[in-house]
Design a protein around this ligand. Structure first.
Ligand SMILES: [Zn+2]
Length: 129
């Protein structure tokens, strides 16, 4: 499976740790949105799209983040986070992710190359203005 297109949405300075959002197309057949380029100290890495896990309040049925202790709508105390069948109480779950370390590195390398090129071409445009 090959990456055939990378589209970056650069974020302004100051929005770090997220530097850019990214849509990646594979084999001109499948697009995956909402990858993020994240700066952690001086290191850049690519985070796969994920979503917050939620659970409903027993009283008002409002969805709350899985690690919340109180309902954001009615304020009732939520029971301790139950373990899901996979034994995880992580606050986020991946929506799409590579299945091998090799493919993960390939995706990350290509996206970060594209990011570096975009940064340098932006700087070129600013210098020309
Ligand atoms: Zn509630």
């Amino acid at each position: 499976m090959k990456i055939t297109k990378i589209r970056l949405t650069m974020l302004p300075q100051g929005s770090e740790p997220v530097c850019a959002y990214c849509t990646v197309s594979f084999d001109d057949q499948l697009a995956v949105h909402d990858l993020r380029i994240i700066r952690n100290e001086s290191r850049l890495f690519v985070a796969m799209p994920n979503r917050k896990r939620t659970r409903p309040c027993q009283k008002c049925q409002t969805s709350n983040a899985v690690l919340s202790r109180f309902c954001s709508h009615c304020g009732v105390a939520l029971p301790r986070t139950p373990q899901d069948p996979s034994g995880s109480s992580r606050p986020h779950v991946d929506i799409a992710h590579p299945l091998t370390a090799e493919f993960r590195s390939e995706i990350e390398r290509e996206i970060l190359e594209c990011y570096q090129k975009t940064i340098h071409s932006d700087q070129g445009q600013h210098a020309a203005n």
